[in-house]
Design a protein around this ligand. Structure first.
Ligand SMILES: Cc1cc2nc3c(=O)[nH]c(=O)nc-3n(C[C@H](O)[C@H](O)[C@H](O)COP(=O)(O)OP(=O)(O)OC[C@H]3O[C@@H](n4cnc5c(N)ncnc54)[C@H](O)[C@@H]3O)c2cc1C
Length: 416
């Protein structure tokens, strides 16, 4: 494969190898999950036993100690070749685990030893490694964007404990039917101003109400139902402030760029699966006595698919390397807002290129297979539907993305 992505780090190679071992099994289970519109729990058992779900947990706490964004993206692309719904679902948990592991590791060094923080984070990270904690993550709400959550927390005392109460509704809460915890963002207005807060709550918190309303065109096995918060209690320890409401902050820009680029990997994986299926068929199929692979029209189409896939891989691989280098450069010193917009811009560029390319490749695979691929029972139908979810993953949707890239390119960094 031209520009084939390969792991850059030892832990990355371990995770990618583990992911490769699951592709066939996931592909075999995907049709039933898609038809039943249900998450495939066995896949998540496999992600746990293979160590993939706790990939970011530091080795001393029982994980693989993965750090590379490039390798993470490759592992997700690999899983998506089998089942993209499962692949995007586990990214949510990974993103939260990665952030915890990063703070844990920093707090554990001579640079900023913070034994209390290290102790606080070791417990949930160990729970992730033992399979007791699986976190879904949501920012999305109806009628607003990720920077302007309407879901709100207000001060509330519960017995003798200080804390908060949360009200609102989140949509597209991927993996929530099987998660043990949810990580979400909400508005917080108090004497310190108008801010955004990150909140992590157990899924069985009273007042946290899953809506069981996921019924989409594709990614049907991702469990992306809505979740309502109705006066749910938030203890003080479950909340942290992440920056001003309605404005990009350094932390939020970095988190969203890094957490979301891996989703792009899933759409590359879908395209690779469609390409492999089409090629396998063409090598054995004949028409009017001529092998399909010997026909020039077919050769042209396959060439175009190969070119598109090469572009997708090259851009996504380069973006992964840029992100790794960014994280290394800023591991102990803060980046500037311009640096962080550059990071977000890399993600947007990769997203634009890969999602458009992946949709093109899957569509051409459909052209190549013709009628035989155009049935509900054929795997290509699922890939065709799943790949369409890529472009509108926030931030930013296709209607906003080019404007953002133009702004950053012109040095007009948007504040909101
Ligand atoms: C497969 C998938 C998984 C996603 N996972 C996550 C995630 O884990 N966390 C996260 O924060 N965001 C997630 N998103 C959201 C994503 O990032 C975008 O925000 C989302 O696609 C909407 O963007 P939009 O700009 O098109 O908004 P809009 O077009 O405004 O989309 C929102 C609209 O979608 C419709 N809608 C949403 N959910 C339902 C439902 N259950 N039933 C009926 N209608 C519904 C409603 O009409 C709602 O107004 C996911 C999206 C998809 C497609």
């Amino acid at each position: 494969m031209t520009f084939e992505l390969t792991p850059r780090t030892g832990p990355g190679a371990t995770v990618v190898t583990a992911a490769e071992s699951l592709v066939t099994t996931f592909a075999e289970r995907a049709e039933a999950a898609d038809a039943e519109n249900e998450m495939c729990r066995e896949n998540f058992d496999d992600l746990f036993t293979s160590g993939i779900s706790s990939a970011f947990v530091p080795q001393e706490l029982g994980g693989f100690g993965l750090e590379s964004i490039h390798d993470w993206t490759l592992a997700i692309a690999t899983l998506a070749r089998g089942d993209a719904s499962t692949a995007i679902a586990i990214t949510m948990h990974h993103a939260i685990a990665r952030r915890m592991a990063q703070i844990y590791s920093l707090a554990n060094t001579d640079l900023g030893p913070d034994h209390e923080l290290t102790r606080d984070l070791a417990a949930p990270l160990r729970k992730m490694a033992s399979g007791e904690m699986l976190v879904c993550a949501t920012a999305t709400e109806i009628g607003t964007d990720n920077l302007h959550p309407v879901t709100e927390v207000v001060r509330h005392r519960h017995g003798d404990r200080d804390g908060w109460r949360i009200n609102g509704q989140k949509i597209f809460v991927t993996m929530s039917p099987i998660a043990t915890h949810v990580s979400t963002v909400a508005r917080l207005r108090d004497d310190d101003g108008d801010n955004m807060a990150n909140i992590v709550l157990p899924m069985d918190t009273p007042g946290l109400l899953p809506q069981n309303d996921w019924d989409a065109l594709g990614m049907r096995g991702s469990g992306s139902q809505s979740v309502v918060f109705k006066d749910a209690w938030v203890p003080e320890s479950a909340l942290s402030r992440i920056g001003p409401w309605g404005k990009w902050s350094l932390k939020y820009l970095e988190f969203r760029a890094i957490a979301n680029i891996v989703l792009v990997g899933a759409f590359l994986g879908i395209a690779e699966a469609a390409y492999d299926i089409a090629l396998a068929k063409l090598l054995t199929r004949s028409r009017v006595g001529q092998l399909a692979a010997e026909q020039s029209g077919i050769q042209n189409l396959v060439g175009e698919m190969a070119l598109e896939l090469a572009q997708c891989r090259a851009v996504l691989g380069a973006a992964g390397v840029q992100m790794d280098e960014y994280c290394e450069r800023h591991s102990t010193s803060a980046a500037s807002m311009e640096d962080a917009h550059g990071l977000m811009n890399d993600y947007q560029t990769a997203k634009w290129t890969v999602n458009r390319g992946a949709i093109g490749v899957v569509s051409k695979a459909m052209d190549l297979l013709g009628g035989s691929g155009y049935t509900n029972s054929h795997v290509l139908g699922r890939l065709y539907r799943d790949v369409r979810a890529g472009p509108f993953m926030q931030p930013f949707g296709p209607a906003e993305l080019r404007e953002y890239v133009g702004q950053v390119t012109l040095g007009q960094y948007p504040e909101r």
